[in-house]
Design a protein around this ligand. Structure first.
Ligand SMILES: N[C@@H](CCC(=O)N[C@@H](CS)C(=O)NCC(=O)O)C(=O)O
Length: 210
C-alpha cells in the first residue's frame, strides 16, 4: 500500500491529521505540487485523476477521495475512531464531512483558484484545464463567510461539530480554517465565539495522546 500526497496542500493536510491522530504508519511518497509533479506522466500513469492524495493498495485498487481513504484506513485500523462507532455517530460524522467539504472547502477552493494568477487556465484540479471565472472568486468568499456563520451557530449547543466526540469532521473544519486564512484571506469574525471556543477544544483533542 502506498500513499501519494503533498502534506502542505489542503486535502492532503486533512488526511495527514487523520493518519497522525490514529498513529498509522503508511508508506508515503510526496508529490511536489509546487513543481506540478501531480501532472507528470510518472504520476498520472499511476493516478490518472492527477490529484492528491491517492492511496494505492497492493492489488492496484486506487482511492482518490480523502473521505474514501479515511474510511478504508479506519476499517483497517479501528483504534482511536474518527468516523463514529454507532450508526447515528457514523451518519452524523459523514453528514458533516460532506457539508463542510461542499459548503466551506469548495467555497475556499473556488475563491482561491479563480482569483490567483498562478491558477490561470487551471481553475480546477485534475487532468483537464479550465479557465478561471473571476466572479466565482468573489462568490467563494461570500459562501465561505456564510458557511462560518452557519458553523458558529451549530456549535452553540455541542462541543464538537458532529456531537459529543472529536471526529474527522472536526479535522476537516480545522483544515478549512487554515486553508481559508492563507488562500482566501478569510478568518472567523471575532464575535463567532462558539467557533473560537471549538477551535481550541478541537486543537487540544487533535494533540491528545492515545
Ligand atoms: N475530492 C478530492 C480532492 C483532491 C484535490 O483536489 N486535491 C488537490 C490538492 S488540495 C489537488 O490534487 N490539486 C491538483 C492540482 O491542482 O492540479 C479529495 O477529497 O481528496
Amino acid at each position: 500500500m502506498k500513499l501519494y500526497t503533498f502534506d502542505s496542500a489542503p486535502n492532503p493536510a486533512r488526511l495527514k491529521m487523520f493518519i497522525d491522530y490514529k498513529g498509522i504508519a503508511v508508506d508515503t511518497q510526496q508529490i511536489d505540487m509546487g513543481k506540478a509533479a501531480q501532472l507528470d506522466a510518472s504520476y498520472t500513469e499511476v493516478v490518472p485523476e492527477a490529484t492528491l492524495p491517492a492511496l494505492v493498495l497492493e492489488d492496484g485498487t486506487r482511492l482518490t477521495e480523502v473521505i474514501a481513504i479515511a474510511h478504508y484506513l479506519e476499517a483497517m485500523h479501528p483504534n482511536r475512531p474518527l468516523l463514529g462507532t454507532t450508526p447515528v455517530e457514523r451518519g452524523l460524522i459523514l453528514n458533516w464531512n460532506h457539508r463542510i467539504f461542499n459548503t466551506l472547502f469548495m467555497a475556499c477552493a473556488e475563491a482561491f483558484r479563480n482569483g490567483h494568477p498562478a491558477y490561470a487556465g487551471r481553475a480546477l484540479p485534475g487532468p483537464q484545464n479550465f479557465e478561471q471565472i473571476p466572479a466565482l472568486a468573489e462568490r467563494g468568499k461570500d459562501r465561505l463567510m456564510t458557511g462560518l456563520e452557519m458553523i458558529n451557530a451549530e456549535l452553540a449547543d455541542r462541543p464538537f461539530i458532529a456531537g459529543e466526540q472529536f471526529s474527522f469532521a472536526d479535522i476537516d473544519l480545522l483544515a478549512v480554517l487554515s486553508f481559508a486564512k492563507w488562500a482566501a484571506k478569510t478568518e472567523p469574525k471575532e464575535d463567532m465565539s462558539h467557533l473560537h471556543a471549538w477551535r481550541q477544544r478541537a486543537a487540544e483533542a487533535l494533540r491528545s495522546n492515545p
